[in-house]
Design a protein around this ligand. Structure first.
Ligand SMILES: NC(=O)c1ccc[n+]([C@@H]2O[C@H](COP(=O)([O-])OP(=O)(O)OC[C@H]3O[C@@H](n4cnc5c(N)ncnc54)[C@H](OP(=O)(O)O)[C@@H]3O)[C@@H](O)[C@H]2O)c1
Length: 466
């Protein structure tokens, strides 16, 4: 039997799709899943007639691979990855490659990379974005870990990735957890944009009185311009889909409690740890949490809804808010990428390059940001902000109208509001942090810097003369 090119461990939603993708690019694929029935089902179903060989014995799965072996993991993040890596490592030889393609925390990938290096196994932590369809047709792939393994993986696995203007949406983001760090930032931005889209829907449907389908059509229209994005297109399709059983838009029948798997929270934690302000990402995570805090929710439906307002104006207000909030979410994400780049040594623009196709946040804005950042020298977040300021200022009246109008109607807009205060802070020559510093020094002797002299100072704030 000829040795197989690559092994896929884990036949859940992503593993199955990625195995099929690899096979469609001319690779002979070995597959294994903890629960053997899933492997059998896959072989008898979607994998039938393809160059995909299934194994129920892990040792045989490993033995079937050409050397150095390359094994792609698509298993649940956390302890399962450690368990699988530990078992596999006992069966592998020096130089073999383990690629963890799940949504692992970047610190776990740092640790696994270091541990496996000591044992001669080359580890890659890979952020994969694009959901099931991306995994099947071409995802965006953010690699971190062993560089020599990356070169081999790019050559073999990279052909399964999305392509944008002849360039594969694959890149290397440094040793250890660099790739998973970039994926976490991607997911943080994804949370923020989804929240902003949901706010536009809430305002236009509940506040202005458009039907669900009409909001879907408005989103489709926006998607033909600067706001073109996978997420907006997905939102339009979800809004326009009619449940065949009830004849109602299915989205209206969905319980309004958002779930999360933790990557948004990790983005916020990373921002906090690395000293980066990312309030819109944090607002989106908080809002998802709040939707599930039923015990605190006191419905006040119908208060002050303004169904007589000028619909065109309202649509423009919502469009402007979404555009500006999206831009500011990217700026926060880019700031976080910069902090990661200082640890892992990657180029921020590379993240935008690989996000142009295949991934969930692919959009015209990402394409434009990449174009800008790929040639502009200087601090990427500042470059993006400077480029965005004229547009934000132009849209400011509509954005403010959206926030005040929504607030008057008691419709929450946490993403837009947090983006507004972020922007106002960035545009303030002087912030009231001087008073914070004064109070800190007053009660804790924490000292402060002055604007008129060098050094740190402490005051007794008049206590000695009391
Ligand atoms: N779904 C997405 O859109 C998406 C996108 C990007 C990244 N990801 C990430 O990709 C990974 C896989 O996601 P998925 O959606 O394919 O998940 P899934 O459909 O829930 O499948 C999970 C897989 O993990 C295996 N597994 C769980 N615990 C295990 C353990 N202790 N030992 C061995 N195998 C174990 C399961 O095996 P059994 O069949 O035996 O239970 C199954 O094959 C996750 O980290 C996820 O966050 C998902």
């Amino acid at each position: 039997m000829n040795a197989l090119d690559v092994g896929v461990y884990g036949l859940g939603v992503m593993g199955e799709a990625f195995a099929l993708n690899l096979e469609s690019r001319g690779l002979a694929v070995a597959v294994y899943n903890r629960t053997a029935e899933r492997t059998t089902q896959f072989l008898q179903g979607r994998a039938k007639g393809r160059r995909i060989q299934g194994f129920t014995d892990l040792k045989e799965f490993v033995r079937s691979l050409s050397k150095p072996r390359m094994i792609v993991l698509f298993v649940k993040a956390g302890r399962p990855v450690d368990e699988v890596v530990e078992t596999l490592t006992g069966m592998l030889e020096k130089g073999d490659i383990i690629m963890d393609c799940g949504n692992s925390h970047y610190r776990d990938s740092d640790r696994r990379f270091a541990e496996l290096r000591g044992r001669g196994i080359r580890f890659l932590g890979v952020g994969v974005s694009g959901g099931e369809e991306g995994a099947l047709k071409g995802p965006s792939m953010m690699f971190g870990g062993d560089f020599s393994a990356y070169v081999e993986a790019e050559n073999k696995i990279g052909r399964a990735a999305a392509v944008f203007e002849n360039s594969r949406c694959v890149s290397y983001f440094g040793e250890g957890g660099g790739g998973h760090f970039v994926k976490i930032v991607h997911n943080g931005i994804e949370y923020a944009i989804m929240q902003a889209i949901a706010e536009a829907y809430d305002y236009l449907a509940r506040g202005v009185g458009l039907s669900t389908g009409e909001v879907g059509s408005v989103f489709e229209d926006w998607g033909r311009g600067i706001l073109r994005s996978f997420l907006l297109e997905a939102a339009a399709r979800v809004l326009k889909y009619i449940d065949t059983e009830t004849g109602k838009p299915l989205v209206e029948l969905i319980l309004d409690e958002a779930e999360q798997k933790g990557t948004g929270r990790w983005a916020v934690e990373a921002a906090m740890e690395l000293g980066v302000s990312a309030p819109t990402i944090a607002a989106a995570v908080n809002e998802r949490t709040l939707t599930t805090q039923r015990i605190l929710r006191r419905p006040r439906e119908g208060v002050g809804f303004n169904r007589d307002k000028n619909v065109e104006e309202a649509v423009e207000a919502a469009r402007s808010a979404l555009l500006v909030t999206t831009l500011l979410s990217y700026i926060q994400g880019i700031s976080l990428l910069q902090a990661g780049a200082r640890i892992y040594g990657f180029r921020v623009s590379e993240a935008l390059r690989v996000w142009r196709a295949g991934c969930i946040i692919r959009s015209r804005i990402v394409e434009e940001l990449y174009r800008e950042l790929s040639w502009s020298p200087g601090d990427p977040a500042s470059v993006t902000l400077d480029k965005s300021i004229p547009q934000i200022e132009e849209l400011m009246p509509h954005w403010l109208q959206f926030i005040t109008d929504a607030s008057r109607m008691r419709i929450p807009t946490p993403a837009s509001m947090s983006a507004l205060s972020y922007y106002l802070s960035l545009r303030s020559e002087r912030l009231p942090a001087n008073l914070i510093q004064g109070i800190r020094d007053y009660f804790g002797g924490h000292m402060f810097k002055r604007v008129d002299r060098e050094g740190y100072f402490h005051s007794d704030w008049g206590r000695s003369s009391e």
